[in-house]
Design a protein around this ligand. Structure first.
Ligand code: ADP
Ligand code: ASP
Ligand code: MG
Length: 406
């Protein structure tokens, strides 16, 4: 194993010059202990959101190549500023874009996958005892086109670098002290978890706990890379994400998550015959859109309605694809509902327990919250509800399963 530690600092942690200086001091305290540091940084504060807003102000459907050209600039600002802040403290540091450090991706703009990383440059700089600072969330394809790795993608950059550099640790520094039983901003009584398994973290991430990007957890699981999530504002021990360990808490439900970034799309009056769903979801997949939940009504008349959820970020493209599909099949109108939210419970212990779903539905009913869609997996249950009731639902479910108690 190497003497390398990969650390990633998120947007809130580097939101302004004062915080950037704070991060620089923290990095140096590790450097003094003699470790080789590779630091991945996100864009300052809400930079990425603001850049996307700008894009949408000039175009309804901006080209994805140009979106990547635009939003990759956010991280380029933060790496340069962090390097300067470290220099000021008298230490050597050098900043790089993703392309410069050999992060090669495929060409799927805005959600590119890393194909390989040529880490020679990083290793050279580390050998010269420099702190290496890498722009998160970005790479370049084989034609040197700039790509980005999907929202929250700096987490993925960190885990991928930890893998190729055989780092002895991968630490994700953020604005909370670790992984909690629910978003601590919504549930003040939420409890910090000491350990979380890859499978639970995957389920939590894909169901809305944006604290880690789903693809970063997938990668960590595949190569068995432990991740530590901790605060960039305190020195408290964080949460370890690793393989399911014996000492892990044997609870049934570990966490509640909330996703407010999906919309429900409904296609009406579809002919009820074989091949219709196949055709619709093929067209939608060709647009690169990931569909989450799907429900189809029972047909009484030979025609049926079909609803599915997908990320609101891609809503314009999703609607375009759904309308195209409906037209080709001879279906009816297509509508979108943005006012939904998905609440989920996650826990490996659910595999061997019954009655958990009933408990969740019951507490929603007691709170007069109507369930519009349901989906389950071995270790999770999700319900789509009205967005304005989402926070109340999360708090009630957290209480129902007594998640605040160890
Ligand atoms: P960063 O900018 O550091 O990448 P993010 O905003 O992406 O940070 O993720 C951290 C946020 O994730 C926290 O501020 C918290 O509100 C939210 N979050 C949602 N669910 C959880 C959870 N179960 N545990 C901890 N944080 C959570
Ligand atoms: N800045 C990017 C985003 O906001 C990447 C990241 O923060 O991880 O999605
Ligand atoms: Mg993040």
């Amino acid at each position: 194993m190497s003497n390398i530690i990969v650390q990633k600092y998120g947007g809130t942690s580097v939101a302004d010059p004062k915080r950037i200086s704070g991060v620089a001091k923290r990095i140096i305290s590790y450097r003094r202990k003699g470790v080789d540091l590779v630091v991945v940084v996100s864009a300052l504060g809400d930079t990425t959101d603001n850049l996307l807003k700008l894009a949408n102000q000039v175009s309804y459907l901006p080209s994805e190549r140009e979106i990547d050209m635009l939003i990759s600039t956010g991280e380029q600002i933060s790496v340069a500023l962090l390097a300067m802040a470290i220099h000021k403290l008298g230490y050597e540091a050098i900043s790089f874009t993703g392309a410069q450090v050999g992060i090669i991706t495929d060409s799927s703009h805005t959600q590119a996958r890393i194909i390989r990383i040529n880490a020679a440059r990083i290793k050279r700089e580390l050998a010269e005892k420099k702190i290496v600072i890498v722009a998160g969330f970005q790479g370049a394809d084989l034609s040197r086109e700039i790509t980005t790795l999907g929202r929250g993608g700096s987490d993925l950059t960190a885990v991928a670098l930890a893998k190729v550099l055989k780092a002895k640790a991968c630490e994700i520094y953020t604005d909370v002290e670790g992984i909690y039983t629910a978003d601590p901003r919504i549930v003040p009584a939420a409890r910090k978890l000491e350990m979380v398994s890859y499978d639970e973290m995957l389920e939590m991430a894909s169901r809305g706990a944006q604290v880690l990007q789903t693809r970063c957890v997938e990668l960590a699981k595949r190569f068995n890379i432990p991740i530590i999530v901790r605060s960039s504002f305190s020195s408290k021990g964080g949460t370890m994400i690793s393989k399911e360990a014996k000492k892990m808490e044997k609870v049934v439900v570990s966490a509640v998550t909330l996703n407010k970034n999906e919309s429900k799309i409904t296609i009406r009056d579809l002919p009820d015959r074989p091949g219709v769903a196949a055709k619709i979801f093929k067209i939608i997949a060709q647009e690169g859109i990931n569909v989450d939940m799907i429900v189809q009504n029972i047909s009484r008349t030979g025609y049926t309605d079909l609803s599915f959820t997908a990320a609101t970020d891609n809503l314009a493209r999703t609607l375009r694809a759904a309308r195209k599909a409906s037209e080709e099949i001879g279906g009816g109108t297509v509508s979108a509902d943005r006012d939904i939210a998905k609440v989920s419970i996650v826990g490996v212990g659910m595999k061997s327990h019954s009655g958990i779903a009933a408990g969740m539905f019951d507490i929603l009913a007691k709170n007069k919250i109507n369930i519009e869609m349901i989906s389950t997996s071995e270790i999770s249950i999700s319900c789509v509800i009205r967005k304005r009731l989402a926070q109340r639902a999360v708090r009630a479910i957290h209480k129902q399963f007594k998640l605040e108690k160890p």
